[in-house]
Design a protein around this ligand. Structure first.
Ligand code: PLP
Length: 432
């Protein structure tokens, strides 16, 4: 095991000093609401200011055990000593020089390292950007100009980001489209899973667009925001076969489920998928903003200089953090750690589900889990926070757990009773 969970701080165990939100948090939230965009979704009034390992400290000095990793991002936890040292050194050497216009060693090193673990068939390349949504935008453009086709197929329940192309592909909540239309033209949605593929044939290809004009099918191997739903194997096989038959490219959105979160490099590998393009982000920068579109030689063959670029994409601090993250993952045992503690977490969650009648299903892999409840998830999220445990929800009735990869079995032992008590205290008929 790595020493990733090591902490410099003496006060590390979850510990509440005030009711939540505390007085400083309430004051800060009021200040924030005066000056920031009201469009920000804001899950709950948490004001984090520092962290160590998997523990986050809020502005009032409360320590909470973090099962959100802010959301699925802080893969190596907070204040990881090697990553902060690498970022610090890079900041002293050079913070920025446009990677689109010049040659940054760390950019190509990162692309080569990603290619080593990529499930893309044959040699793979990377375009590095600043976020998951940018990786999706790059994937859309690359797919369109590599195929010379315009249509895109995506799945109901999918979430791909909030820029125009990405939000058009997104179909998890109608509010993401409300008031923003028209969306990007040429996008068709079908249900996630086997029913969706029948519909693709019988409705989309038969009545709306010819299959040979589809540029790409985009799928999250595990829908994250859609409720932590792994794609059924039969549907994954059918998507791959459909892409082969029609010449459409397969884009795997592994922004949330990829890069070791499930205990393997990518969830596409669990399904035997070899995508033509992949969108990555979140865990990659260990907290520093970064995204990457990876693609096959077939896609690369169509790209010419100037087709796509970005001023900040491939920023040196982000690439340096990503390289260190990948080293932790593949060379210092972090992926094996995720697989081991992930199995431990699954065992504990299944035990909770067997005891708590309001948990109707659990889904996921590694350190990515969703619990279906027959009562509102928001009340469980609040009750967990009152018990020093940070979790979040993806819909009215799904609780989602996405701890940092460095979470330990001891911390899981600490978290599970808090989660169970939060569920038990909020289910129908629970005493007050
Ligand atoms: N794709 C998936 C599967 C995501 O979960 C997200 C973000 O939650 C995105 C894309 C967009 O990433 P970002 O918020 O970094 O733009």
């Amino acid at each position: 095991m790595t020493d990733l969970a090591e902490r410099s701080d003496t006060r590390t165990a979850p510990d509440l000093r005030t009711a939540l939100p505390g007085p400083k948090a309430r004051k800060h939230v009021a200040f924030d609401h005066e000056f920031t965009s009201p469009s920000l979704p804001r899950a709950y009034p948490l004001v984090p200011v520092r962290g160590t390992g998997s523990t986050v400290e809020d502005i009032d000095g409360n320590l909470l055990l973090d099962f959100t990793a802010g959301i699925a991002v802080s893969s190596t936890g907070y204040a990881h000593p090697r990553i902060t040292a690498a970022i610090e050194k890079q900041a002293r050497d050079l913070i920025h020089f446009s990677a689109s216009d010049f040659y940054l060693p760390v950019y190509a090193e990162l692309a080569a390292k990603l290619a080593e673990i990529s499930p893309i068939k044959g040699p793979a390349r990377a375009f590095i950007g600043n976020s998951g949504a940018e990786a999706i935008e790059a994937s859309i453009k690359l797919a369109r100009f590599a195929t010379g086709r315009q249509y895109l197929v995506a799945f109901i329940g999918g979430f791909h980001g909030r820029t125009y192309g990405a939000v058009t592909l997104t179909a998890s909540k109608s509010k993401y489209h409300a008031g923003f239309g028209p969306m990007l033209p040429g996008v068709y949605h079908v249900p996630f899973g086997n029913a969706g593929l029948d519909e693709l044939e019988s409705r989309v290809f038969k009545r709306l667009i010819p299959a040979n004009e589809v540029a790409a099918v985009i799928v999250e191997p595990i829908q994250g925001e859609g409720g932590v739903r792994p794609i059924p194997q039969a549907a994954a096989d059918a998507i791959a076969e459909g892409c082969r038959r029609t010449g459409a490219l397969l884009i795997a959105d592994e922004v949330q489920c990829g890069l070791g979160r499930t205990g393997r490099p990518f969830y596409s590998q669990a399904l035997g998928l070899q995508p033509d393009l992949m969108a990555l982000g979140k865990a990659l920068g260990a907290g520093v903003p970064i995204g990457a579109a990876m693609f096959s030689e077939r896609v690369a063959a169509a790209a010419r200089p100037g087709d796509h670029g970005s001023t900040y994409g491939g920023n040196l601090l982000a690439c340096r953090a990503a390289l260190f993250f990948l080293e932790e993952l593949t060379e210092r045992g972090l992926m094996q750690h995720v697989a081991r503690v992930g199995a431990y977490l699954e065992h504990g969650l299944r035990a909770i589900a067997s005891r708590q009648p309001s948990v109707t299903a659990i889904r996921g892999a590694g350190l990515m889990w969703g619990l279906d409840l027959n009562h509102p998830a928001a009340s469980v999220v609040d009750a967990a926070r009152e018990r020093r445990l940070l979790i979040n929800r993806t819909s009215d009735t799904v609780v989602r757990l996405l701890p940092p990869y460095v979470i330990t079995e001891k911390e899981i032992d600490e978290a599970l009773p808090l989660l169970e008590s939060a569920i038990a205290s909020t289910q129908e008929g629970a005493q007050g």
